[in-house]
Design a protein around this ligand. Structure first.
Ligand code: FEO
Length: 401
């Protein structure tokens, strides 16, 4: 049975959600599932905006068939050629042989790479600023390269002032009937998933996101229809404000995130002592994570949120504990910037993790590493409490200041 909702009289939500998939891109845990949004516009011409992941294929096709209600499909608009959205294009193009695929030249090339279906004589290649009239509606295409792949474009419906934003403004989290932002409480649970989605998927491309935000600012946008998560029609500023910070690598909260690795609890003990000192000095909402226990996607998201980061890790095989190493590699790859970092390392005979962690941070943009790193020799010693307190004082004065 179809499972669709009306957005406007002539605009229908035909997407669906997957609550079984454990990892998005087979990488990021999604305990709250994910939605794959897709939209049918019923104008003089009919339009389908992107498709969905193969995992919801049966539901998806039922939805599209129902929404079209016996009409042929005229345009299959492809904003993003990643398989979580393009997996059903070949099925749609085969079912509706008169449909034209509308996409960028790069997307057309990618389609041919992914699928053994020649639609070259049914492809309408569009570029920045091109418009497509479907009757009452005029769809205006805006290129959004690297948000999140190079072929991406977003689409602005000039009549209803809707931005079909592709991956931008999307979040992890399945939808449960309530597809609009004003039908759900977009609380911290949603925001954490939105942050984790943004920072891990497009965190690296802040410059490109800024370029799209500037183009979007020139449009009168009443509604945002992304490819994941709720449709924004009430509180459009909620994510826009966050996107501004995330894409400029500006921290959201002045607080300390402590990311630690520990083998037998000694490094953990040192950061517990530090956290108490920070709290005594007035630092609030300290965030502490064992990097072996917390998925790296969450560590990344928290690193984008917090202004100050304490890295604490033992030396392992002459290097940095592997989970810490993976986390550092991720925040570097995702271009995290503008953070202040403090370093604590541990080693029973040859501690070198501190130097190696610093070497990674030093390659990143606008990162400040606090001087006087602390090296534990197996465990925190009494005579190191003063150094730890000095570190807490420095962090607290910056955060509270
Ligand atoms: Fe939702 Fe970049 O795909």
């Amino acid at each position: 049975m179809h499972s669709t909702r009306k957005i406007k009289e002539d605009l229908i939500y035909v997407g669906g959600s997957d609550r079984r998939l454990s990892r998005f891109e087979n990488l990021f845990p999604i305990p709250r599932g994910v939605s794959y949004n897709s939209y049918v516009l019923l104008d003089d011409k009919t339009v389908l905006m992107d498709t969905a992941d193969e995992s919801i294929s049966r539901q998806y096709i039922e939805n599209v068939v129902h929404a079209l209600d016996g009409r042929p499909l005229d345009y299959m608009i492809v904003q993003h050629m990643e398989p979580d959205h393009c997996a059903m294009i070949d099925a749609v193009m085969s079912r509706y042989p008169e449909a034209k695929m509308v996409c960028t030249a790069k997307a057309a090339q990618m389609f041919a790479q992914f699928y053994d279906l020649d639609v070259s004589d049914r492809t309408l290649v569009v570029k920045e600023g091109d418009k497509l009239s479907t009757g009452e509606h005029t769809l205006h295409f805006v290129l959004a390269p690297m948000v999140h792949w190079p072929e991406v474009m977003v689409t602005y419906d000039e009549k209803d002032k809707i931005l079909f934003s592709a991956d931008a403004f999307g979040t992890f989290g399945a939808l449960a009937g309530n597809i609009f932002d004003d039908e759900i409480t977009f609380d911290d649970v949603w925001m954490n998933d939105a942050r984790r989605y943004y920072t891990n998927i497009v965190g690296k491309y802040g410059v490109q996101v800024q370029a799209v935000l500037k183009k979007a600012a020139a449009l009168d946008i009443q509604m945002i229809c992304p490819l994941h998560g709720p449709i924004w029609r009430e509180n459009l500023g909620t994510l826009l404000e966050k996107y501004q910070k995330w894409s400029t690598y500006e921290p959201e909260d002045k607080t300390v995130m402590i990311a630690y690795a520990t083998m037998y609890g000694n490094t953990e003990n040192a950061v517990n002592v530090l956290a108490n000192m920070l709290a005594d000095k007035g630092v609030k909402n300290i965030a502490m994570y064992d990097v072996s226990e917390t998925d790296v996607s969450e560590l990344v998201a928290e690193s984008f949120r917090c202004s100050h980061i304490v890295l604490a890790a033992p030396t392992y095989n002459g290097g940095v504990q592997p989970k810490m190493e993976a986390y550092l590699s991720d925040i570097k790859a995702l271009a995290l910037q503008n953070r202040t970092v403090a370093i604590i390392d541990n080693g029973t005979w040859a501690p070198t993790a501190g130097k190696q962690m610093r070497a990674v941070i030093d390659t990143m943009k606008n990162m400040t590493v606090l001087e006087n790193p602390i090296t534990l020799k197996s465990a925190l010693a009494k005579n190191q409490l003063a150094s730890l307190d000095a570190l807490a004082e420095e962090l607290a004065s910056q955060v509270n200041g």
